[in-house]
Design a protein. Structure first.
Length: 248
């Protein structure tokens, strides 16, 4: 699981939440549309929509944009249909890569992702080729000052499964997806702000590569993560400090 935490931290540090690029707001709009479509437009009754709106507000997405996205999801405003897809494949060295996608044109998205994989030493695979290597989990990363005892107590009392110290004294907490919102609310009530909070796919085991091949995988992950239609990228690469040296 630590491998994913390092990749999540790379995403966070390299400005994945850089709204100035314009891409993040587009991604968040799609997340809101899909959430509203699947569970309705009331965030109090639709926890997935609530999370998507919270993510949008965290990067100063305008209220009007959020409201338009909700109305597109509920059908109150016209717009291209946004569908939720998963693409799977292999990176350099045979590592598993999963891409969670929201797109209004799968005939465009699929070929574009295939091109990214092939240009960067990977292969886009068939559905199910690597999904069995991952588990869907709620993931939180909290700063060191949160304190291990306090984080552990809150996690165990609110559906958390595991608390693990990671880089820089931080703490990674995992939970079943159905416990995510309750645990998020508990951290908020305790005035603890996670640096990362998401529902994602965590590898059950990690693959070790040398630093050179590992950097090739990171380049592939970064290119995929930068694609407008990709919401989340997961891998089972064990990301080492040596691989990350050029990513600082």
């Amino acid at each position: 699981m630590a491998g994913h935490s390092k990749w999540a931290n790379i995403q966070h540090r390299k400005g994945r939440v850089d709204a100035a690029r314009g891409k993040l707001w587009s991604k968040l709009s799609k997340a809101i549309i899909v959430a509203a479509k699947s569970g309705g437009g009331d965030p109090d009754a639709n926890l997935r929509l609530r999370k998507a709106i919270d993510d949008a507000k965290a990067v100063s997405m305008p209220k009007d944009n959020i409201e338009r996205a909700i109305k597109r999801g509920t059908g109150e405003l016209a717009g291209n249909e946004v569908e939720e897809l998963t693409y799977e494949g292999y990176g350099p060295g045979g590592v598993a890569v999963m891409c969670e996608v929201m797109t209004d044109n799968r005939n465009r998205t699929g070929p574009e992702l295939k091109t990214i994989f092939s240009k960067l030493g990977g292969d886009l695979g068939k559905t199910g080729c690597v999904a069995y290597l991952f588990e869907r989990k709620g993931l939180f990363v909290l700063p060191a000052e949160a304190g291990e005892e306090k984080v552990t107590e809150i996690a165990l009392e609110n559906g958390g499964e595991d608390v693990e110290p990671i880089d820089d004294g931080k703490f990674q907490v995992t939970c079943p997806p159905e416990n995510y919102q309750g645990l998020a609310d508990a951290f908020e009530a305790a005035e603890l702000t996670p640096e990362i909070s998401e529902i994602t796919r965590l590898p059950q085991t990690n693959i070790d590569l040398d630093a050179a091949d590992g950097r090739k995988v990171l380049r592939l992950l970064e290119q995929l993560d930068d694609h407008d239609d990709i919401q989340n990228v997961s891998t089972n690469l064990n990301i080492t400090d040596e691989m990350m040296a050029d990513e600082e």
